[in-house]
Design a binder for this molecule. Sequence first.
Ligand SMILES: [Zn+2]
Length: 312
Amino acid sequence: MKKKVNCSVERCMKFCIAFVVFLGLFGIAKISKADSEVFRLYKPSSGEHLYTKNVSEANSLQNSGWNYEGVGWVAPDSGTQVFRLYNPNSSLHHYTSDTNERDSLIKAGWKYEQVAFHSGGNLPVYRAYNPNSGLHNFTSALGEQNSLVSVGWKNEGTAFYCKATAPNGTVNAANYILPWNLVKSGKSIINATNSKYSSLVQNAIPKWNALRSGTLVYSSTATSANVVCYDANEVNTALAVTGTDGKIIFYVKTMDAYSANVRTQTAIHELGHVLGIAHLPVYDDLMYDIASGKTTLSTQNATQFTAAAKKY
Ligand SMILES: [Zn+2]
């Protein structure tokens, strides 16, 4: 089962606090918050991709010839409705937020099924059309869109918008920095002697210092540090928070409920906030606000660091 938990909400930034419900089937977990994962499935016999935010449907389709491909993007739970239609002749589905397109497809014999998900946010989901097969493809990953176009698909532009891209999506990472950081005179001195996760914090430091040596420095005394880590026993849906006051608080009950990889990720993620790096709307990224257990920096995290470090 793939674990997804909410992570590390900056107190002063009011990032969404996610609450997680685990579903044990096929490794799909649903986030219960104001956003929904749109799951992507593929049917090899027809070449069709299907997009649904319905976990039960995503799971049951896997028993009838569809392969689960992961999260296509994260959609808001309100906003512009995206309609799903079904063509009984070709057995293909189509998705549109355009009521005129919906109505003309219905006139042409398509069946209206449901509101599939919503469109909203500022990240595009691209639409491509294959004139040979009649298939449409929807992707939040510009690289995928471009590669389809390079092999003959027609670029139909932005179909709708999403809150976070697929893991292989790219965003303008330099824009995702905080209005503050905890770096003073080019470095940040970290102390974690009050935390049971001290070794995780110390091991997280070289991950970021690989981008610029000496930016994070560990100190075994709290008085000489400008960032001090603490543990809290209260129940919290977050794993940890980093505040502008220079405190990182780890929520022990949440931390210890998850895997070693999630705990490791949390330490690295919070130090990212220390460096002025904001949440990145790329699903499963180290700096995404839902933890995946990813413990390696992405190239987009490096871009974020470079942008944030211009301030210090
Ligand atoms: Zn965070």
